[in-house]
Design a protein around this ligand. Structure first.
Ligand code: GRF
Length: 191
């Protein structure tokens, strides 16, 4: 059976691109949908050019009722991956996909997680704290920001002279290397 992925992303979408490229030649995995809450996000134009259906979300679509969960279930989505999606995932979605929603976070959780801790804010906090390392976390999603069970972490050094940008670039490399692998492993577990 073909496994179907729904990717939630609202930014540049570099991770979405890597995931799409990773599974391009894999007939057992389909990127069924990209879900985005910003119509002008680069990830939207990328998905459209790649021929991937895009679902644009407004707040009421996610929080008003459980329609999105039902849509994803009706499509036969097996796994939901949040790759740069900042809105809190509502209970109906968690209940519809128990243990089947993963989030990517650009720090070593539980450090530097929670509401407002995304992108540049995370890297600025790591640098301000003087940490000697940072990294990425891939975790299951529960009803609280960045608190679900941790599935995977990868570390990288924080180097003298690092800026939020240079640290972000190092973190992105880790994300691009490991997120597709983790998704593939997770899909095997689901089969
Ligand atoms: C990633 O750094 C991820 O950790 C965070 O959002 C960022 C998305 O980056 N949750 P991109 O849009 O995939 O480049």
């Amino acid at each position: 059976m073909v496994k179907k992925l729904a990717l939630f992303a609202s930014g540049t979408g570099s991770n979405v691109r890597r995931i799409v490229a990773w599974f391009e030649d894999n007939p057992r995995v389909e990127i069924a949908l990209v879900v985005c809450n910003r119509p002008d996000a680069p990830v939207v134009s990328f998905a459209m050019e790649a021929g991937i259906p895009v679902r644009l979300l407004q707040k009421e679509d996610l929080y008003g009722d459980d329609r999105l969960s039902r849509e994803l279930q009706a499509m036969g989505v097996d796994l939901v991956v949040l790759a740069g999606f900042l809105w809190l995932i509502p209970d109906h979605l968690i209940a519809a996909f128990p243990g089947r929603i993963l989030n990517l976070h650009p720090s070593l959780l539980p450090k530097y997680g929670g509401k407002g801790m995304y992108g540049r804010h995370v890297h600025e906090a790591v640098l301000a704290a003087g940490d000697s390392e940072s990294g990425i976390t891939i975790h299951e999603v529960n009803a609280r920001y960045d608190e679900g069970a941790i599935l995977f972490q990868a570390h990288c050094p924080v180097l003298p002279g690092d800026t939020p940008e240079s640290l972000a670039a190092r973190i992105h490399e880790l994300e691009h290397r490991y997120l597709p692998l983790l998704i593939e492993k997770r899909l095997v577990l689901l089969s």
